[in-house]
Design a protein. Structure first.
Length: 260
């Protein structure tokens, strides 16, 4: 399938089974992409966007709540926000800072730098979700790089892998796909110093390319029972694939946080 240089296509990769702890995610991806009914073969420049949950599941980032003993701080916070004290304890363990607490709201700065509700700990689409939760990967950028390397070894193509999660946003309702892990793509493109159409030099413009792709791909991935955890993106401009930068560069440092 040829794609015009100005076009992007987003296509679900079907055929993945329910991912379980310890599964070889790269092998499962390869099998899905090798199926006779699979989309056109992978090609150089393709971008695979993976839902965070399948990465976390394969890396066994499950925690059984009955193994968690809340400390005094967790009990106090749980009383303020109305959440399970065991969940709050895990939020504390996964976070470097609690940012806001309100009824039914607990916003934390995750140890990876993300400012997000419940430290991105999730129970949706988790088997036995009433008693088990799923944490983010330990190092999402490394997880993405391992998949890039495995796909290259299997298919001989140079691709990018993005790991997408859904975060809320300040002053906006609803969640939106964001990139928490990136390999093979320039997650943040710095346009400062380039000229606009009137010849003025751009002063602050940086493009969060990885977030933009994850947000668009999330419309295909879905948020509920769709069962489509992988999307292939084709047509990403080559210039965004030449100087890979990991997703960690997208995180604004606490020193630059102007809204606290």
């Amino acid at each position: 399938m040829s794609v015009p240089s100005h076009a992007l296509t987003f296509e679900a990769v079907d055929g993945l089974p329910e991912v379980r702890a310890g599964d070889d995610l790269a092998a499962l991806l390869a099998e899905a992409l090798d199926r006779p009914a699979a989309p056109a073969p992978l090609a150089d420049g393709d971008v695979l966007v993976l839902a965070q949950k399948i990465v976390s599941k394969s890396e066994n980032r499950f925690v059984s709540l009955d193994t968690v003993e809340p400390r005094a701080e967790a009990l106090s916070l749980a009383a303020r926000c109305g959440k399970d004290p065991r969940l709050v304890e895990l939020v504390l363990r996964e976070s470097s800072e609690i940012v806001r607490v309100a009824p039914n709201v607990l916003i934390a700065r995750h140890r990876l730098g993300f400012v997000v509700a419940n430290a991105a700990i999730d129970q949706s689409n988790v088997p036995d979700g009433d008693e088990r939760v799923l944490l983010l990967p330990v190092d999402p950028d490394l997880s993405a790089q391992r998949l890039v390397d495995a796909v290259h070894a299997r298919f001989g193509v140079k691709i990018a892998v993005l790991i997408a999660d859904s975060f809320g946003r300040p002053w906006r309702l609803g969640v939106c796909g964001v990139c928490i892990g990136c390999a093979g793509l320039e997650a943040l493109v710095d346009l400062r110093g380039q000229l606009d159409r009137q010849g003025r030099s751009l002063q602050v413009t940086q493009l969060a390319i990885a977030d933009q792709l994850c947000a668009a791909a999330s419309m295909v991935l879905g948020e509920a029972a769709e069962g489509r955890p992988v999307v292939r993106v084709r047509g990403v401009p080559q210039r965004y694939l030449q100087n890979p930068r990991a997703a960690r560069v997208l995180v604004r440092s606490s020193a630059e946080d102007l809204f606290r």
